[in-house]
Design a protein around this ligand. Structure first.
Ligand code: NAD
Ligand code: IPM
Ligand code: MN
Length: 367
């Protein structure tokens, strides 16, 4: 029996709630396929702080290093917001994890099933066939990681804070390659999003992307768009995009917008891939919902588990090469929220909502 070894980092608030359901679905899918799940659960984020005094405990990092992939929940929330910013879960656990494994390529599918268009804030007549786009976000560079990053007190007693946005050609080229490969498997169109009318990093981004595509992928249709316009165009006509490709912070913001026009953050999964391969010869990756810990609904059993379940499916596809099994889980999720009409509160809109566990039960039944 083939073994799939991965680390499970549930995190905080709804993290553990949706992770429990994702593991049940993965187990139900894997066993009949003759696959054994060998996963180790470890604390991260607030749970790391509470149980080990550190958002990313050394023991957790070890568990990740010995695994072939990481299934991640989400971290952070009000309980730890009074800590010094550098020690809070997001900056002390998630960002260092992305950096430690060089997970520079974040893939976020913006998929809205045509049967679910009523859950989108967009008018159904603008998206009669649903939405099918993908965001490729650079994840280990830009203003998130650039140095210096400081807060200082000025002579007059006021404070000054500084973040640095920085990109190198090589960082832009490697993510451009991911965007190109993604587009080749889809509609062949890449829209690179930047702010080249203002930012030096964006000027370099646009120049580098243009040259890279001309040299390596001339058959693809490359366009460029300023980020403010992209935010507007997404809300106006999302399907004008095929692959939306951008730097770290723009991708963070645009992908939340993509999530809501596709129904809810509770539906959007993601894969973060690096340069290295795992013991299966596939990319090592971290798989997590695009959304956060949703403290407003945590502990009530109402969170949508689909983003976490679909992140598990992405893990099967990218890090374990289990394409059929991934597709099977994706089809079960789709059938559950469309044909069966089961909706958690975030996508219910007038229907009777079901809870987190009931949703996962139905997905398992549909496998
Ligand atoms: P959030 O994504 O947690 O929540 C935004 C809204 O979306 C909330 O109304 C929430 O209820 C809803 N939502 C999100 N996921 C849902 C789900 N699965 N089912 C139903 N509804 C869902 O964003 P926020 O409130 O800005 O952040 C809360 C905390 O999460 C913060 O500490 C933030 O830093 C953290 N965060 C962590 C990650 C991560 O670990 N990857 C990502 C984003 C935010
Ligand atoms: C995301 C999150 C993170 C980010 C935060 C929690 C650090 O919003 O994964 O989208 O900004 O990358
Ligand atoms: Mn985000």
């Amino acid at each position: 029996m083939s073994k799939l070894r991965f680390a499970v980092l549930p995190g905080d608030y709804i993290g553990p709630e949706v992770m429990t359901e994702a593991l049940r679905v993965l187990q139900a899918a894997a066993t009949p396929a003759g696959l054994e799940l060998e996963y180790q659960i470890a604390d991260v984020g607030g749970a790391g702080i509470d149980n080990h005094g550190k958002a990313l405990p050394d023991s957790t990092l070890e568990v990740c290093r010995s695994a072939d992939a990481i299934l991640f929940g989400s971290v952070g929330g009000p309980k730890w917001e009074t800590l010094p910013p550098k020690d809070q879960p997001e900056r002390a656990a998630l960002l260092p994890l992305r950096k430690a494994f060089s997970l520079f390529a974040n893939i976020r599918p913006g998929l809205l099933y045509s049967e679910l268009t009523d859950a989108s804030p967009l008018k159904t007549e603008r998206i009669p066939d649903g939405i099918d786009i993908v965001c490729i976000r650079e994840l280990t560079g830009g203003i998130y990681f650039g140095q210096p990053k400081t807060t200082t007190e000025l002579e007059n007693g006021e404070f000054q804070a500084l973040d640095t946005m920085v990109y190198k050609t090589s960082e832009i080229e490697r993510i451009a390659e991911v965007a190109a490969v993604t587009a080749k498997a889809r509609g062949g169109r890449v829209c690179s999003v930047d702010k080249a009318n203002v930012l030096e990093t964006s000027v370099l981004w646009r120049k580098t992307v243009t040259a890279y595509f001309a040299k390596h992928h001339p058959e693809l249709e490359l366009s460029h768009m300023y980020v403010d316009n992209a935010a507007m165009q997404l809300a106006r006509d999302p399907n004008q995009f095929d692959v939306l490709f951008t730097e770290n912070m723009f991708g963070d913001i645009l992908s939340d917008e993509m999530a809501v026009i596709c129904g809810s953050l509770g539906m959007m999964s993601s894969a973060s891939l690096g340069t290295g391969n795992n013991s299966h010869g596939h990319p090592f990756g971290l798989y997590e919902p695009a959304g956060g810990t949703a403290p407003d609904i945590a502990g009530k059993g109402v969170a949508n588990p689909c983003a976490q379940i679909l992140s598990g499916a992405m893990m099967l596809r990218y890090s374990f090469g289990q394409n059929e099994l991934a597709a099977k889980i994706e089809a079960a999720v789709k059938k559950t929220v469309t044909a069966d009409g089961l909706r958690t509160g975030d996508i219910a809109f007038g229907r009777n909502p079901v809870g987190t566990t009931a949703m996962a039960d139905a997905i398992i039944a549909n496998l």
